[in-house]
Ligand binder design. Structure first.
Ligand code: FAD
Length: 431
């Protein structure tokens, strides 16, 4: 088993820049592949996360209507939730919404409770998956961008641009924003990815008391809309936007995107506008011309495609893996390992609600997030190690706090340089 990743780390693509909600799938299109996999993935990941140290919080959500048309739509959304197998959605009146979330803006016309929506740590999730794979014998090839695939009678040759080569009997394409490109390398067609950029604003932790739960808008067919949500790290997040763009690398924030978010945020949670902004970021959804996931199995090429995983792939990830395994078992003679043979793993939870390592002692090197030198060491020595400062951030929260590394980047990188025996300039991303 090999995991082949173009970047120098796992989880550094779209998976590092999303809204971090473990969705119930209440608003999916009933009967769609996405509806089935989000519901299944929700159950799987909710059960798995605490066992491996991925922080989750069951805050619930309230979907808020801001005009009469949206309020009139709520009973339909409640029925849709039931059609998606989610039976806990409940339409409530504006007074109930206000009582639950007293800081919301004026003009609420109705609401629907979705108590099962969870917050989840999006960074630890792919790292946990990769760590568990490596612990069970999977070889991780990073910096290996598949540039060509040659399907032979028994072995497929995966060729990297730098001349490296891997042979595989079966291939699962989970290449995110480049899923269609890899699909075409295998000679298949049927979907084209056009990124849908989502920009977000992260507010300081002092804003956290403003909100008890996630505030959802009434979704449209194009997007789930702009929400305001707490994060497991203790911040409040506003976003995302939804702009169709052509550039698959355009993960920068834009003035117009941020202005639009602030306008919406002002209406939803006016007091939030007086709080400090900690960070802004943008992620690209792997949107296609189709409204559903693009899954396919080509037994003749011993190839499976998990493409077009748009805006719910964090939630559905484990169900996608389960589907891929079922396809392999049905169409190709692959034998999964028996469950009692599997090695288990445990990451240090990054969530603010649980105990953090500094509370047990250690030398703090990132003071905003109170990350210890020992955590940096562990991230560098891990089976799926951090190799740059961004990797450290996603494994420990170092540099992710209020100062965004202004005060601590030099010390964290100096420590990482010693721990890894690599130059500090490499950790700082300097040439
Ligand atoms: C703004 C935004 C908000 C979102 N909010 C949520 C949410 O709240 N809840 C939720 O469940 N989902 C959410 N999502 C969706 C979720 O983030 C994605 O569906 C999920 O992260 C996709 O994971 P992935 O592994 O398919 O893609 P990625 O994380 O992009 O991983 C694909 C990997 O493939 C690698 N790769 C690509 N091409 C090649 C190649 N040729 N060779 C080798 N490697 C290659 C890439 O480097 C990358 O690391 C959101 C997405 C966005 C953008």
């Amino acid at each position: 088993m090999a995991l082949v990743e173009a970047r120098n780390d796992v989880g550094a693509g779209t998976s590092k820049a999303n809204t971090a909600i473990l969705h119930t799938g209440f608003d999916a299109v009933p009967g769609s592949v996405e509806s089935r996999l989000v519901a299944r993935g929700y159950a799987l990941l909710r059960a798995y996360a605490p066992t491996v140290g991925i922080s989750v919080e069951e805050t619930g959500a309230v979907l808020v209507a801001w005009d009469d048309e949206q309020a009139a739509n709520l009973p339909t959304l409640e029925k849709k939730a039931a059609a998606n197998g989610y039976h806990h959605a409940e339409v409530v009146d504006p007074a109930t919404v206000r009582e639950m979330e007293p800081h919301l803006g004026d003009g609420i016309t109705g609401g629907m409770l979705v108590p099962g929506e969870h917050l989840i740590d999006p960074w630890s999730t792919p790292i946990a998956f990769a760590t568990e794979a490596v612990a069970n014998g999977c070889c991780l090839f990073t910096g290996f961008e598949i540039a060509n695939a040659v399907v032979g009678p028994e072995v497929t040759r995966l060729l990297a641009a730098d001349g490296r080569e891997i042979g595989a009997r079966f291939v699962v394409n989970a290449a995110g924003l480049h899923g269609d490109t890899v699909h075409r390398l295998f000679g298949f067609d049927g979907f084209t990815i056009r990124p849908r950029r989502g920009e977000l604003i992260v507010f300081d932790k002092l804003a956290r008391p403003l909100l008890g739960r996630t505030i959802l808008p009434v979704p449209t067919s194009h997007t789930k809309g702009v929400l305001v949500a707490p994060t497991v790290f203790g911040n409040i997040m506003l976003g995302p936007t939804a702009d169709d763009i052509d550039d698959r690398g355009a993960t920068g924030s834009t003035r117009s995107g941020l202005d639009g978010l602030l306008r919406k945020g002002h209406r939803i949670l006016p007091a939030l506008m007086h709080e400090e902004v900690t960070a802004v970021y943008a992620g690209l959804r792997a949107a296609t011309e189709h409204s559903d996931y693009q899954l396919s199995c080509e037994p003749s090429a011993r190839y499976i495609c998990l493409g077009g995983i748009r805006s719910t792939g964090l939630t559905s990830s484990m169900a996608l893996a389960e589907d891929a395994l079922a396809m392999l078992a049905t169409h190709m003679p692959a034998t999964p390992k028996a469950l009692d043979e599997l090695a288990t793993i445990r990451l240090t939870p990054l969530g603010e609600a649980g105990e953090r390592p500094y509370q047990r002692g250690g030398t703090v090197v990132c003071h905003c997030e109170r990350v210890t030198a020992e955590e940096i060491d562990a991230a560098i020595a891990a089976p799926v190690p951090a190799r740059d400062v961004d990797g450290l951030r996603r494994r420990t929260r170092a540099l992710a706090g209020r100062c965004q590394g202004f005060y601590c980047a030099a010390e964290v990188c100096a420590h990482a340089a010693v721990a890894s025996d690599r130059p500090m300039s490499e950790w700082m991303g300097l040439p």
